[in-house]
Design a protein around this ligand. Structure first.
Ligand code: FE
Ligand code: FE
Ligand code: ZN
Length: 305
């Protein structure tokens, strides 16, 4: 019987590298984590500190964190879907190839990627562009896998249905390195009723195949089903609600799949300054106890101030 694999988005800093990410993970009582190898909104990346990586791996081993459960998230500004500007598209492809190398040098084998936005080209053209890019990026037989993330369908986002994700996968030559990340907030906003999760999972299995599911982003949503908005809410405090999300986390068929929280930081006013605090330690505690903490926001503020 596998244990619960739970973690959150954590930071990756210039000075500490992945070692800082592991320390932050442990402070939340988590046993996996996800990070960007630099700023999520840009593609500036620094070389990886080998010493810090060795220290990080040692700390992971001591604390029973399996590196196979760890996730890197590609920056969300790279857009393989749109090739109108050829230089920009080539840059995105080259950047992602380098990102996979960086990920590999950390010993991590999963990179979550937003499929992209078609910006007027239409879904079919976009799907071809994404697959064309992936076939360059994944041309080596071995290496980290790309996990296409299910999207909310905000603007012209591609990957808002399981069928769109499957259409991309079908065009990828290297079937071994292409997987999927399911985001509970995104599929809600895209129109899937997560309160009937068995039905959603069945559909995922029929359209894509459960064996492709390699990560779940556990987020509540601020919006109604089908709102196409993509606004995350804290665990149990949104439209999906506590019981539905607990059902996802403890689902029989998903035991081996790492679950990652990307819920929003809690804001607080301290000495006249706006601060924000991570909710993950307290959300993970609720998840382990399977009991909602109605005082979540206050408990977080009290703990961190
Ligand atoms: Fe994402
Ligand atoms: Fe996500
Ligand atoms: Zn999102």
């Amino acid at each position: 019987m596998g244990k619960l694999i739970i973690g959150s988005h954590v930071s990756y800093t210039k000075d500490e590298g992945m070692l800082g990410s592991v320390k932050e993970t442990l402070s939340y009582g988590a046993n996996t984590f996800m990070f960007y190898t630099g700023a999520p909104q840009n593609t500036a990346r620094l070389p990886i500190d080998k010493e810090k990586t060795i220290e990080a791996k040692k700390l992971m081993q001591e604390n029973d964190i399996d590196i196979n459960d760890v996730i890197v998230h590609a920056p969300y500004i790279v857009n393989l879907a749109n090739d109108k500007d050829e230089d920009k598209w080539n840059f995105a492809v080259n950047f992602l190839m380098a990102e996979l190398k960086r990920t590999e040098s950390l010993g991590v084998n999963k990179v979550v990627l937003h499929p992209g936005s078609h910006v007027g080209l239409g879904v079919d053209v976009a799907i071809n562009n994404i697959a064309k890019g992936l076939n360059i990026i994944l041309k080596d037989e071995e290496g980290p896998s790309i996990l296409l993330e299910t999207m909310a369908g905000k603007g012209t986002e591609v990957g808002k249905t399981f069928e769109e994700i499957k259409a991309i996968i079908d065009k990828v030559d290297n079937q071994k390195r292409i997987k999927v990340c399911l985001d509970t907030c995104h599929i809600n906003d895209a129109g899937y009723d997560v309160s009937n999760f068995d039905k959603v999972l069945d559909e995922f299995d029929k359209v894509i195949g459960l064996e492709r599911l390699a990560c779940i982003h556990i987020n509540d949503s601020k919006n109604q089903v089908g709102a196409h908005k993509d606004r995350h809410e804290n665990f149990g405090f949104g439209t999906l609600g506590f019981d539905t999300l607990i059902k996802v986390i403890y689902h029989e068929k998903l035991k081996e799949v790492p679950k990652i929280l990307e819920t929003p930081y809690i804001s607080a006013l301290e000495n006249g300054k706006d601060r924000t605090y991570p909710p993950y330690k307290f959300e993970i505690a609720m998840i382990r106890e399977k009991k909602i903490n109605k005082n979540l926001y206050n408990d977080i503020r009290k703990f961190y101030k």
